[in-house]
Write a protein that binds this ligand. Structure first.
Ligand SMILES: [Zn+2]
Ligand SMILES: [Zn+2]
Length: 368
């Protein structure tokens, strides 16, 4: 029996179940003993209905652990391997994988976001099937995931650090180093300095930005932003972020929106210079539409607005690349972890996140 935190209905607290049955891995699947799971804002977004997924569901998609068993035909990983969960399985064979966009791998149909590749699930409690967020469900001490979701990492990488790579770091750093085309010396603006925003900031620093304007309403998040590389801090309820970005007389070269609100997306588009680039990273509700002046934005100012899914990551290229930056000391990962908690504390972690208190709470399952 496994133990898991389960969402039974939207806006209800997660329930801890210790009677979760785990089916054997099917062909092409692996069983992972979960070592750590970040509590990501997208988990909260499923719990509060912003991201509509079916329930009951085991949340958690930012995980890492140790492979315990493998199904038929699995060759990528073996029992004992330490792995990061990629919540976007990347098959390496489909049209998108062969066109340099494996983050849009065609095996990752939205319909399967709450189950495994065939849409079904391997977890159940009291006879009821439990969906698995991101084809994982890292709020369970045991997961069955597709082989193509498991990315092997070196044995000396701590599991909590490895877990963070799987969502917030790949998404945020990836947005800066993959999605955007930041050039040496650029001015970059980042709206929203939560777990992902901090990673955009450190990604922009790694990409060579010389000025990084961090924008948020919370003073504690701006303080963190400075530690991660921001050079100018703008408290959005006290001064106008667009004016702050225009202080150089031109606007930012690249702006990132990492909240998911229409108003801040429009701000991001308005604060870049002519010819500038905007990357939209935040997760909007399904009913968000933008109000833009098409002529000025796209014709006279020739701005580029880019969508960003999973940091445009190629996980088999990027996970080792990010860990090399971590080993070299220029990617801060330990510093992202503000609280280490147990599975039972997950609802409190949601409350802390709603209050804007923390960069990242990480659930520790007590294995090394
Ligand atoms: Zn593919
Ligand atoms: Zn996430």
């Amino acid at each position: 029996m496994a133990k898991a935190a389960v969402l039974f209905e939207t806006n209800a607290p997660l329930e801890i179940r210790d009677d979760v049955e785990v089916a054997d891995p099917a062909p092409g699947e692996v069983r992972v003993r979960t070592g750590a799971s970040g509590v990501c804002h997208s988990d909260l977004s499923v719990a509060n209905g912003t991201i509509p997924l079916p329930s009951p569901i085991v949340l958690g998609h930012e995980g890492a652990g140790i492979v315990e068993a493998v199904g038929e035909g699995v060759t990528n990983v073996a029992p004992g391997d330490k792995v990061v969960v990629s919540w976007v399985p990347q098959c390496g064979e489909c049209y998108m994988c062969n066109h340099g966009q494996p983050y849009l791998c065609e095996k990752n149909a939205m319909a399967a976001m709450a189950g495994l590749l065939d849409g079904t699930t391997r977890l159940s409690s009291q006879g009821t099937a439990l969906h698995q967020m991101g084809m994982a469900g890292s709020f369970s001490d045991t997961m069955i995931i597709p082989e193509i979701s498991a990315v092997k990492v070196d044995a000396d990488i701590p599991l909590d650090v490895a877990a963070l790579i799987g969502c917030g770091v790949l998404t945020g750093v990836g947005a800066a180093i993959n999605t955007a085309a930041i050039q040496e010396g650029d001015t970059v603006a980042v709206i929203g300095c939560g777990g992902v925003g901090l990673n955009v900031i450190q990604g922009a620093r790694i990409a060579g930005a010389s000025e990084i304007i961090a924008i948020d309403m919370m003073a504690n998040k701006l303080e963190l932003a400075e530690q991660f590389g921001a050079t100018t801090l703008v408290k959005a309820d006290e001064s106008d972020p667009v004016m702050a970005a225009m202080a150089n007389g031109r606007g930012a070269d690249v702006a990132f929106e990492v909240i998911g609100l229409g108003a801040t997306m429009e701000q991001a588009i308005n604060m870049v210079r002519p010819g500038g680039e905007v990357v939209l990273v935040g997760v909007p509700r399904m009913d968000v539409f933008l109000n833009l002046n098409a002529a000025f934005t796209f014709l006279y100012m020739a701005k580029t607005v880019k969508g960003c899914w999973y940091g445009s990551a190629d996980v088999r290229r990027d996970v080792p690349r990010l860990l090399a930056h971590y080993r070299a000391g220029d990617l801060k990962l330990d510093e992202l972890i503000s609280r280490r908690i147990e599975l039972e504390d997950v609802n409190e972690a949601f409350s802390a996140m709603e209050a804007g208190e923390v960069a990242r709470s990480v659930i520790n399952y007590g294995i090394e």
